[in-house]
Design a binder for this molecule. Structure first.
Ligand SMILES: [Mg+2]
Length: 245
């Protein structure tokens, strides 16, 4: 089998889809995109697909390595999103070719269901309390919310109290056992992240997410040593090497 062609579909407001075609009539779909940079990732996919035309789509590992290691510059959001979307499409082709779901090629499914949280909008206590109640009434057992706007290296306790008021409103609305994830989107620096984590412990959050930017990941160890709240991260890390530190 050979890859013969591909098509890219940019869909408003922020999506990009890739269809890879083969000479055996099997097509594979992937989603090579990162929000806000669809056109940039599209350009990267076009460059990478030059190499793939005429190749056997089943040799996924080989192609991944050529795409990742073949150029002098590696990694990052644009290239890794482009490679990911192509990788998805190649797995889609392989699954269709062998007529099995992809999970069968990766060892088989390990669970029947997974726990999920619902994002709630709203940055004011009245909003988040009502929003949390609404999704819990729908059956969710966990929610995730915005932590705070940007904090300076040293900032005021007024902003800290605002965060606490929001989380407190959620606890008041949905009780002590609904999971609460608090996403800081990297808007906090280490000194205030430690303050926030300590103050938030009273509400027993499920996790705090990206307390610092991924470029300051070395601060995570300090923050983790300072709090019992689990720390979530990884949304802006693109390969196993980004997790190495
Ligand atoms: Mg996040």
């Amino acid at each position: 089998m050979k890859i013969t062609n591909y098509e890219l579909f940019q869909v408003q407001p922020r999506w990009l889809f890739l269809k890879i075609e083969t000479d055996e009539g099997i097509t594979g779909w992937g989603e090579p995109v990162i929000e806000g940079r669809a056109a940039t990732v599209k350009a990267a996919v076009i460059e990478l697909m030059e190499y793939l035309i005429g190749k056997d789509p089943l040799q996924i590992e080989d192609h991944w390595n050529v795409m990742y290691r073949g150029g002098f510059y590696r990694g990052g959001p644009i290239l890794m999103s482009a490679i990911s979307g192509i990788d998805q499409a190649l797995w889609d082709i392989k699954g269709k070719y062998l007529n099995v779901p992809i999970h069968q090629l990766l060892g088989g499914k390990a669970r029947e269901s997974i726990k999920v949280y619902s994002w709630i909008g709203g940055d004011r206590p009245s909003d988040v309390g009502a929003a949390a109640k609404e999704v819990v009434d729908k059956g969710f057992t966990a929610i995730k919310m915005n932590g705070t706007d940007e904090l300076q290296y040293i900032d005021s306790y007024e902003k800290i109290d605002r965060v606490l008021a929001n989380v407190s409103a959620i606890r008041d609305a949905v009780g002590p056992y609904i999971g609460i994830g608090i996403d800081f989107h990297g808007r906090v620096h280490k000194p205030m992240a430690k303050v926030l984590a300590k103050e938030l412990e009273q509400f027993r959050p499920m996790f705090i997410e990206e307390p610092v930017l991924p470029e300051n990941n070395e601060a995570l160890r300090d923050i983790a040593n300072h709090t019992v709240i689990p720390i979530a991260t990884g949304e802006r890390m693109y390969s196993k090497w980004d997790f190495k530190n």
